[in-house]
Design a protein around this ligand. Structure first.
Ligand SMILES: [Mn+2]
Length: 142
């Protein structure tokens, strides 16, 4: 299993390759706000663990394992964003909260959250009902 930090790298590399067709060390460093030397170090570790193949002057490509993991991590991120949006979290907090949550939940919990998101999406009336409860709670707080 990849560590949280490895997951962040695999997720970003997967996104960069999906969006631009390639992932350079400098792009990864910028996306994760880390020093390029940290990227090189992690990329070497990910190469050793078979998530990608890294050649210093030719860049990197994801292996089958890396692609599969990357796709799963990006989907998990997206699901958690949907979840926070549905339960009414303010848009300005969603990205950071997902970054804080995503590595700390089991896949079991992720799947159950997926069920809950589906439950709300299948009938938008359920979202309206939740908003009524939230509005009442807010009014009682003030
Ligand atoms: Mn993420």
């Amino acid at each position: 299993m990849p560590t949280p930090s490895m997951e962040d790298y695999i997720e970003q590399i997967y996104l960069l390759i999906k969006d631009k067709g390639y992932a350079r060390v400098s792009d990864i460093a910028e996306a994760l706000s880390v020093h390029p030397s940290s990227v090189t170090k992690m990329v070497q570790k990910l190469d050793k663990d078979d998530y990608l193949i890294y050649e210093k002057y030719r860049g990197l490509i994801l292996t089958q394992k890396g692609k599969k993991t990357g796709k799963r991590l990006v989907e998990r991120h997206f699901l958690l964003e949907q979840f926070l949006r549905i339960i009414g979290v303010d848009e300005s907090k969603i990205y950071e909260d997902v970054e804080g949550m995503e590595h700390h939940l089991s896949w079991e919990s992720i799947d159950r959250i997926g069920d809950l998101v589906q439950f709300f999406e299948e009938d938008k009336l359920r979202v309206d009902q939740l908003r009524i409860i939230q509005k009442t709670n807010e009014e009682n707080e003030n």
